[in-house]
Design a protein around this ligand. Structure first.
Ligand code: SF4
Ligand code: SF4
Length: 129
């Protein structure tokens, strides 16, 4: 049975997958725990591991391997359609986490204005179980 997938709003404007309107054009994103601790106690311990710092044009071309091209093309033409990546999540103690690394939330927000590494991004929607 197909699982629901949350809509993704993202403010990580330095990521090559970020698009104006706080959208993510990646095909898939992975949300991880704090890597040192291996667990998550707070929002700040979560991270979008698919973050890719965009420094120059080459970085943006490189990001195309994980681009949601179909969604990107459709988005401006279909009213109410927002491109959104598939979400896999390893934060198993989150209320919204479901067996198989699925996220049951209807929408998530990834934050990290002006950050330059994945560990500084957060899933703001994390809620401890
Ligand atoms: S930080 Fe993650 S959610 Fe945000 S644009 Fe980059 S890949 Fe997408
Ligand atoms: S809301 Fe929870 S389950 Fe969903 S992506 Fe964020 S941390 Fe993972």
């Amino acid at each position: 049975m197909a699982k629901d997938n949350p809509r993704v709003k993202c403010t990580v404007d330095k990521c090559t997958h970020w698009m104006s309107g706080n959208q993510c054009m990646a095909e898939e994103i992975s949300v991880y725990n704090n890597e040192q601790a291996g667990t998550t106690k707070a929002v700040s311990d979560t991270q979008c591991k698919s973050f890719h710092l965009g420094d120059d044009v080459g970085d943006y071309v490189g990001a195309l391997h994980n681009a949601n091209i179909g969604g990107t093309i459709k988005a401006p033409f279909m009213d109410g359609t927002q491109i959104t990546p598939q979400v896999e999540c390893y934060v198993a103690n989150c209320t919204f986490w479901q067996q198989g690394n699925h996220c049951q939330a209807s929408a998530i927000e990834v934050n990290g204005l002006n950050v330059s590494k994945a560990s500084d991004t957060d899933c703001q929607t994390f809620k401890v179980r």
